[in-house]
Design a protein around this ligand. Structure first.
Ligand code: ZN
Length: 364
């Protein structure tokens, strides 16, 4: 059966099915095959514009037409990355520090886990330890974001196909003495410790633990790790005929904000935007991929008080060294991207992605 015809048939079947797909895609929209979710940690609108300035008035993000805002508050006015990630991954506003659990501490199913259940391939990519708050909130269920070794254990409870980032010590140099890299091998994973090793992996599953804890700053020689990781992850994940879900984090934009270091922040922003370009290039060719790019929160209360597109120079001011409560941008590209424009809760992003995939879920 031709694919379009199949999906119209499917839509009719689902409309009349007893289970009642109350939140499935509207008639006429067929489910998207793949979703690439990209989170610029701490990427408020001024971080985006700092990158735009440093990069001499150009960003890949400008290729996107459907743009909205996300309200990032958790159960507190100002969120952290654990609660911010969990809001997007599970649709729950929760307490700061939570990883994949609701405000009562109960584990909440993440979109990555939903995607696995529906037979899709899944992946996580980050420029920090893969056990850090944002990636962790898509795969782990822990009361506290600082329990890195428990979070690493949770990776083994899933069938994630590709994960790329730092955090090797949380798998291999643990207090309990268990070598989780051995357990991963027993489960059939290829282990990669360098980008070259990752490139040589023919097919998943693969765990690429490219640093002991966090990869270094872009300014200190991380190079093209993020964009290359995105390309390798897409290569491995897109071989699954059922499609894939992948979350990519530009982790260190946030750290530049915490440090009130505009050069750190803006270079991380430009690096993240390059990875955005790689995802958009794939989505444009593929035609069945939804790309959603957002932030979990703003960091530092960055203000841009002057600058030059010619030299890339920025005169920056910060209101503090922590996160702030302001709304952050949401950029969406590809089929069903219209859903993501306008003013929305960070938790809406979960429901909209579920909806785009055509997965059954009922809002509490
Ligand atoms: Zn932070």
């Amino acid at each position: 059966m031709k694919r379009l015809a199949f999906y119209s048939f499917l839509a009719v079947v689902l409309m009349f099915s007893a289970s009642g797909f109350s939140l499935t895609v509207p008639k006429g929209n067929r489910p998207v095959k793949n979703i690439i979710l990209m989170i610029g940690d701490g990427m408020g609108t001024s971080a985006v514009y700092a990158g735009y300035t440093l990069n001499h008035g150009h960003l890949n993000l400008e290729r996107i037409r459907n743009i909205g805002f996300s309200k990032t508050y958790s159960t507190a006015y100002v969120t952290d990355s654990g609660a911010g990630g969990t809001a997007i991954s599970t649709g729950n506003k929760t307490y700061n520090g939570a990883i994949g659990v609701d405000s009562t501490g109960k584990p909440a199913e993440t979109i990555l886990e939903w995607a696995e259940e529906y037979g899709k391939a899944t992946g996580l990519v980050a420029t920090c330890a893969i056990t850090h708050a944002t990636p962790a909130s898509f795969i782990s269920h822990q009361a506290s974001r600082s329990d890195y070794e428990l979070i690493a254990l949770d990776f083994l409870k899933t069938d994630i196909d590709v994960f790329i980032g730092g955090g090797r010590n949380h798998f291999a140099k643990r207090k309990d003495g268990v070598d989780l890299t051995q357990k991963l091998k027993e489960k059939g994973y290829s282990l990669a410790y360098t980008m070259d090793e990752l490139r040589n992996v023919k097919k998943g599953p693969v765990a690429a633990l490219l640093d002991t804890v966090h990869p270094v700053k872009w300014l200190e020689g991380r190079g093209n790790m993020l964009t290359e990781s995105v390309n390798e992850a897409i290569r491995l994940l897109s071989s699954d005929k059922d499609g894939f879900f992948m979350m990519v984090e530009g982790s260190q934009i946030d750290w530049g904000g915490h440090d009130n270091n505009i050069n750190y922040l803006a270079t991380e922003m430009v690096d993240f935007d390059k990875a955005v370009g790689a995802a958009l290039d794939f989505a444009m060719k593929d035609g069945e991929t939804l790309v959603v790019i957002t932030a979990d929160h703003d960091t530092g209360g960055l203000g841009l008080n002057g600058g030059s597109f010619e030299t890339g120079e920025i005169k920056a001011g910060f209101t503090g060294t922590n996160h702030t409560g302001v709304m952050v941008p949401v950029f969406a590209f590809g089929p069903q991207s219209e859903m993501f424009s306008g003013f929305q809760e960070n938790t809406d992003l979960f429901f909209k992605m579920m909806n785009a995939f055509g997965f059954e879920v009922k809002r509490k």
